[in-house]
Ligand binder design. Structure first.
Ligand code: PGA
Length: 252
């Protein structure tokens, strides 16, 4: 049996604002205690509206990210930070350039390293998350394969930050923005299932009818490596944030 909480909203904007509010509350509570807030962040189209709201909270309500440390889930491999396809670029465009997070507090897997340095980088990335005391909140989207981060089907519960091969469906979903499947990198660096589950609180957002089937598969299946998001059943504090369309195939 799953122990998720599911919150269904009448729009993606309302779901996104709900998550942004949770992030704000945590930052304010930690600031009051003189503690840093450690956020695990995601890319893709899903979190963009939530990031817009965080930017608004910063600009209009004075929410400060000065004591926030971020770790992103994944990055394509190979991928330079100067590429408009990089998640480094995505995060700066959609969030970091518009808030007062310190550049030295931003962590994104480095897709530009020589092949023989990748494994050590992954181990260092994992160790750095642990050194910061783990993630307070992990933000997730979900791919049509059921991936969280780039943990594709076949990923194990114990998996840590590592080099992975992307599933064909994931490559096809990325193809339009790369101008064709042949331009999508075949590999990536991703935080592992275990890395994600170490977060104290997880918000998985899924919006739109294109996510309805995988959301239903995730919420109605037992844990299976065929749908990596089902591993979230092992986690005690995960909230699925959905709109009506993404929730439309869930049993009543
Ligand atoms: P999307 O991707 O937000 O662009 O739908 C989600 C994911 O693949 O995790």
């Amino acid at each position: 049996m799953s122990n998720y909480t599911t919150e269904v909203f009448d729009s993606a904007v309302n779901g996104s604002n709900y998550v942004a509010q949770k992030v704000k509350e945590l930052i304010l509570a930690n600031d009051a205690k003189g503690k840093q807030t450690v956020l695990g962040l995601a890319t893709g189209s899903t979190p963009v509206v939530m990031y817009k709201e965080l930017i608004r909270l910063h600009k209009e309500e004075g929410l400060s990210f000065a004591n926030v440390v971020t770790f992103n889930l994944d990055e394509y491999l190979p991928m330079g930070t100067d590429s408009a396809h990089s998640y480094w670029y995505f995060m700066h465009e959609n969030l970091f350039n518009h808030i007062n997070v310190k550049p030295e507090n931003i962590n994104i897997p480095n897709g530009a390293l020589p092949e023989n340095e990748v494994d050590q980088h992954c181990a260092d990335y994992e160790a750095k998350i642990d050194a910061f005391g783990g993630l307070d909140i992990q933000i997730l989207g979900i791919g049509r394969t059921g991936h969280i981060g780039f943990n594709e089907p076949g990923s194990t519960l114990e998996s840590l930050t590592r080099k992975v091969t992307l599933a064909q469906i994931t490559i096809e979903d990325a193809a339009p923005s790369f101008g064709g499947v042949e331009n999508v990198p075949a590999k990536a660096i991703t935080m592992g299932v275990s890395s994600v589950l170490k977060a104290r609180c997880i918000y998985l957002m899924a919006y739109g009818e294109g996510k309805a089937q995988i959301v239903s598969d995730t919420l109605t299946n037992d844990i299976t490596d065929k749908v990596p998001a089902t591993y979230l059943q092992k986690h005690s504090n995960t909230v699925f944030v959905l709109d009506n369309a993404a929730a439309s195939l869930l049993p009543a």
